[in-house]
Ligand binder design. Structure first.
Ligand code: ADP
Length: 264
């Protein structure tokens, strides 16, 4: 692979990134990189800086120091909108106004419009395809406010997917979501990854991700560990992330972590 091709394949790189809100340092000297088609799970206790990390990658927060490189270019005020067009963001369900009387199709179309240059044409078939990917085709003409949490989460993911993002960022997509929706979301992410989409998923519950994510970033303001499941999924690492009350056990050949509720 040429140097240029290697740089293109590296879709995201953080170099010593520090982000602060006034006196509160939320991320400190965070460095890691991801290539096309990687699936990163970002985990850590409440207040560890997970949402801050997503917002910094989207260019919504400016690092106090360090650099964020997206598709080989350093993120700046000048290129941030162009870069954001190539990303999809699924915010926490709790942060979304859920009572609005908008049809599912309208919510999905919202994901397409704001960042697109004219002509802004979203084909009906694109909406249909995206909804069907998430098994919610039949909900197209229903009101968003009447759906279950799991169905709403799938609609929000469809909203992020209609413009075919190269990087998909999801913030706690399994909070308040039923097990069937969780399975459908995981399968959808798996197929997107196989097609080359880079995925960054923030979660407080790492267990569903062990079979799906190929990289794990454990945060506690700083990077506690970064690597694949086999290198970071052990009691010692998880204790440093969450505190002392961690047990890793194996059931049906799969590892699980039992983690107490700790705060950073
Ligand atoms: P996580 O997503 O891991 O729970 P956050 O990124 O939301 O963590 O928060 C990291 C730290 O930054 C916490 O100490 C939090 O209180 C602080 N923080 C987050 N958002 C703001 C804000 N808008 N203003 C001030 N402090 C904030």
């Amino acid at each position: 692979m040429s140097v240029a091709a290697a740089a293109e394949a590296e879709v995201l790189k953080l170099e010593e990134v520090t982000v602060a809100y006034g006196d509160t340092v939320a991320l400190e000297n965070v460095s890691f990189s991801l290539h096309r088609g990687h699936f990163l799970c970002v985990a850590g206790p409440n207040g560890a800086g997970k949402t801050t990390l997503l917002r910094a990658i989207l260019g919504l927060l400016k690092p106090r120091s360090g650099g964020i490189y997206v598709f080989g270019e350093r993120l700046t005020r000048r290129n941030v909108l162009r870069m954001r067009r190539r990303m999809g963001y699924v915010p926490q369900l709790d942060a979304v106004e859920r009572d609005v009387p908008v049809l599912v199709e309208g919510v999905v179309r919202m994901g397409f419009l704001p960042l697109q240059r004219p002509p802004r044409v979203l084909r009906r078939a694109d909406v249909t395809e995206t909804l069907e990917l998430l098994h919610i085709g039949e909900l197209r003409s229903k009101s968003f406010s009447q759906l279950s949490g799991g169905q709403q989460q799938r609609v929000l993911i469809a909203r992020a997917l209609v413009r075919n993002p190269e990087i998909l960022l999801l913030d706690e997509p399994f909070s308040g979501v039923d097990p069937l929706s969780q399975q459908i979301i995981l399968k959808t992410l798996h197929s997107l990854k196989k097609c080359g989409t880079t995925i960054i998923l923030v979660t407080h519950d790492i267990n569903p991700l062990f079979r799906f994510a190929d990289h794990f970033l454990f945060l506690r303001r700083r990077v506690v560990a970064f690597g694949d499941a086999s290198t970071v999924f052990d009691e010692d690492t998880l204790r440093r992330v969450y505190g002392a009350d961690v047990r890793v056990f194996t059931a049906d050949g799969e590892k699980y972590a039992a983690i107490g509720d700790y705060h950073a």
